[in-house]
Unconditional design. Structure first.
Length: 101
């Protein structure tokens, strides 16, 4: 159970940090650009750790047991995709009902 939490937390954190860093570095000025660069670097580091735990970066050796995310990543991503599809269906029905009323 902890591995599902850890794998999805690392994946979403890495993606969100990289995206936020890109926007901050592009649209920011001065110190904001530096913060954006730091966010990108942190996101890339967490992304590499995620890929290592998922078994993609085998040349780095075997990850610790708590970071051994092989198998849990697939189940977690499929679960997230299912949740997003369910939310989109519910949102579509809601919008359809509001527009018809």
């Amino acid at each position: 159970m902890l591995q599902y939490f850890l794998s999805m937390m690392m994946l979403v954190f890495a993606i969100a940090s990289i995206i936020a860093g890109i926007f901050t570095a592009y649209f920011g000025s001065g110190k904001s650009r530096a913060v954006g660069g730091i966010l990108i670097v942190i996101g890339l580091i967490v992304g590499v750790l995620f890929l290592w735990g998922a078994g993609v970066l085998a040349f780095m050796g075997t990850p610790p047991a708590i970071m051994n995310l092989v198998g849990t990543v697939t189940v977690g991503i499929i679960s997230v995709i299912g949740a997003v599809i369910g939310a989109l269906i519910a949102l579509g029905i809601f919008l359809l009902a509001i527009m018809k009323a």
